[in-house]
Design a protein around this ligand. Structure first.
Ligand code: PRP
Length: 213
């Protein structure tokens, strides 16, 4: 038998929906649900195993071919880029990138170069380059909303899902950057070497997606 098809899942936000989808296509995810601190979990009755990783690492593992496929947010794909096939928009993990500022502040006013804090410097750079606007970008690792509150930055480019974090911290969206959702990515060599298996998997996934208008 071929070695198991290895699928990297993003831990956290996307985990529950991804496991739900795998169960829908008939994968027994008992081991994943009862994982404890284990990081590589077998899928019973299917020649597959699930690897749980942080979003950036899902891309690294798929790009290097140590995982055949991965489920990861479009936000991470856009920020990291890399060589792999992005095969399916899974339709969950929906949110958006947006530019937000302290309520009522005039981001586009004045002449000075504005400072923008973000966990996603590449996406932010591209967004402002496309506008032909020069900004200073400061990389923050988490809770980016703090940066304008502490007056480190004039604005932030960050993920907005429900909008609660912005609201509770007196910030508001002034512009949407782009929509985000979870994607299925596939290693390029795996797709060649295990084409039938992967295509069958992708077809099953596509058939079981909840398409919401
Ligand atoms: C994300 C994002 C916002 C928040 C938005 O952070 O960076 O802070 O979620 O969600 P909301 O619109 O539903 O309030 P995450 O929870 O991933 O934590 P982090 O900022 O500490 O990385």
């Amino acid at each position: 038998m071929n070695k198991p098809l290895r699928i990297a899942l993003t831990k956290g936000r996307l985990e529950k929906d991804t496991v739900g989808l795998l169960e829908k296509i008939g994968f027994d995810c008992t081991a994943v649900r009862e994982k404890g601190r284990k990081l590589i979990l077998p899928v019973e009755d299917a020649n597959a195993e699930v690897v749980l990783a942080k979003a950036n690492d899902v891309i690294t593992y798929v790009e290097h071919g140590v995982c055949d496929m991965g489920v990861v947010g479009k936000d991470t794909i856009m920020e990291m880029q890399g060589k792999f096939f992005e095969m399916v928009d899974l339709g969950f993990g929906k949110c958006k990138f947006a530019l937000a500022v302290k309520k009522g502040s005039d981001f586009y006013g004045g002449y000075g170069v504005k400072t923008v804090a973000t966990k996603y410097p590449n996406i932010t750079r591209k967004f402002f380059e496309d506008k032909g606007m020069d900004v200073e970008i400061i990389k923050i690792e988490g809770s980016v909303e703090l940066a304008p509150l502490l007056e480190l930055a004039d604005g932030i480019v960050d993920i907005v899902e429900t909008g609660t974090t912005l609201k509770e911290n007196g910030l508001e969206v002034i512009e949407d950057v782009c929509p985000i959702s979870a994607r299925l990515i596939v290693n390029m060599v795996s797709l060649k070497l295990r084409q039938k298996e992967i295509e069958d998997f992708v077809e099953l996934i596509e058939k079981n997606l909840e398409r919401k208008a």
